[in-house]
Design a protein around this ligand. Structure first.
Ligand code: MLT
Length: 271
């Protein structure tokens, strides 16, 4: 599916849109993981359920979206305001928000500032808490790594954590796809993503006040945001549903797309 572009002053937001200009379908917005781009949603964009329109933006700096001036400060709210600006430009006032990992952090930022926008939520392989001091120290190490070795160094470091054990052992075609996606990102996008993630606030207080239908998905073998994190999110959001995908790791939507798509399609069919 080709990329589309919207320009806001000197900034550009790139996105995939399964049904450009179609106001009759219900909308689902897909927010990608770090350090990837909206291209990671290809298995979802290829299987859009009847009556739905899927929109997948590249978060700021990633894919075809431009980065802002680093001197402006980098906040997770940048991702939220870009998504909201894009949807406003497309005439969309409500959508299902589906975020995986960093995309989940962006979803929480949207909920915090623009709660009316969410018709329902899919929170995949993500966590509600802010970074711990140890997590922030690791992030600083990752910034040093990207400055030293560029995206290939980050890909090498993260790969064992991004993909589950079963995928690494039995599905060798997934790793080069993920490596390619990471290598296509710019060092400034990766740096910006890290800074935004490490400064994000705790989103636990949002969970109990979330009233929209919510599906929480996690790969059984996710080491970065383990199933216990998703269980806590699902327990805290009233009426939410938890789906654990067997044999999937952190990138559950890419590793086990059939199971992931089935969980999402069944949720979208119920709401
Ligand atoms: C992601 O997959 O988006 C990141 O690994 C999340 C994180 O590093 O906190």
């Amino acid at each position: 599916m080709p990329l589309q572009f919207q320009h806001f002053g000197s900034r550009t937001i790139a996105y995939h849109d399964s049904a450009p200009g179609d106001g009759t379908r219900r909308k689902c917005v897909w927010l990608h993981a770090f350090p990837l781009s909206a291209a990671m949603w290809e298995p979802q964009l290829q299987h859009v359920p009847e009556g739905w329109r899927f929109i997948a933006p590249d978060l700021r700096g990633f894919g075809g979206s431009s980065e802002s001036d680093p001197n402006d400060g980098q906040s997770i709210d940048d991702f939220a305001s870009d998504v909201v600006a894009l949807l406003a430009e497309l005439g969309i006032t409500q959508a299902v928000l589906c975020g995986l990992s960093m995309g989940g952090y962006a979803t929480f930022a949207i909920l915090r500032h623009f709660p009316h926008l969410a018709e329902a939520l899919v929170l995949a392989d993500t966590r509600a808490g802010a970074d711990s001091p140890e997590g922030r120290a690791n992030r600083r190490g990752m910034i040093a790594l990207v400055d030293r070795e560029g995206p290939p160094g980050v890909a090498r470091d993260m790969m064992p954590k991004l993909l589950g054990k079963t995928t690494r052992e039995t599905n060798p075609q997934v790793e080069p796809v993920v490596r390619h996606l990471i290598n296509r990102q710019s060092p400034s996008a990766i740096r910006g993503g890290i800074l935004r993630m490490m400064q994000r606030p705790d989103s636990h207080p949002l969970l109990a006040t979330t009233t929209v239908p919510t599906l929480v998905i996690v790969g059984e073998e996710d080491e970065l945001t383990p199933p216990a994190e998703s269980k806590r999110i699902a327990e805290a959001i009233p009426g939410s549903t938890l789906v654990v995908i067997p044999k999937a790791g952190h990138l559950s939507s890419l590793e086990c797309p059939d199971e992931f798509n089935q969980a999402v399609a069944s949720f979208l069919g119920r709401i």
